[in-house]
Design a binder for this molecule. Sequence first.
Ligand SMILES: C[S@@+](CC[C@H](N)C(=O)[O-])C[C@H]1O[C@@H](n2cnc3c(N)ncnc32)[C@H](O)[C@@H]1O
Length: 264
Amino acid sequence: MYAEALRERFPELDPAVDDLFLLEAHQIGQLRDRAPRQELAIVLDLHPELLRFFVTRCPAIEPFLLQLLDERQASEGDIALAEDALVWEIADLIVYQRAPALYDEKAPRRWTRAALAEVEPLAGKMVVDSGAGTGHVTFLVAPLAATVFAVEPVAALRAYMRDSAREQGLDNVFVVDGFLDALPFPADSADALLTHRAIGWDLASELVEIERVLRPGGIALHLAGMPHPAEVDAPLHEELLSWGYEERPYEDGGTLNRKYFKQI
Ligand SMILES: C[S@@+](CC[C@H](N)C(=O)[O-])C[C@H]1O[C@@H](n2cnc3c(N)ncnc32)[C@H](O)[C@@H]1O
């Protein structure tokens, strides 16, 4: 589903099976939904050390991987093709680990002043940017807000953001480890929580967690990943509306984007 788009976006990446040893536990957990099954089985069959690594780092994935291997027919599939298909399908996870600067250069940047107008004025406000990546939203918001907490589960991306904040002389940016459904903040503590292409791994738990962390009157604003209308985002769209979010489409550079807004 993603391989073709990722090949186009990162032609210089040259991902390989070795890169799979860079994945973190939560990324290995995503293989269940994201990896092509037959290709993953072929690669694991050929590389038992990779199977051991995945299971050691993310024990919950073991039953799924063993079932895949059980289902695999010994004679099926070309190995080089399977390796290529597997690593490209999850090449975004590999880019985060191996090449944050490349990701930063190539990632879509749809959060703009137009989208931000919703949350201004941010002066004196505590803002959370969850799934911050390389800090696209964080660094847009930092000059406006009192403090920005950039929440990001991938260690390599956190290190990249810390270096960027230092280079830009920003002392109100705090980069922290966490997930959208497990934010490292007390209840009622944030004035605004923003996401850009970073919601929907476990939407119901994430929306509960956002409302725990936002103070009464605080706002949540999500910029979905896909241009509007996008089939891929349709379930996310319906669920956000059913949770009381308003959709506010806006145009930017000829692209119609979706922005979802809720005041607590
Ligand atoms: C598509 S990227 C978007 C990054 C950034 N917001 C941007 O606009 O460039 C998704 C980000 O969410 C992070 N992520 C993955 N799982 C997450 C989770 N459960 N909670 C929060 N962030 C997550 C990824 O590591 C990645 O940095």
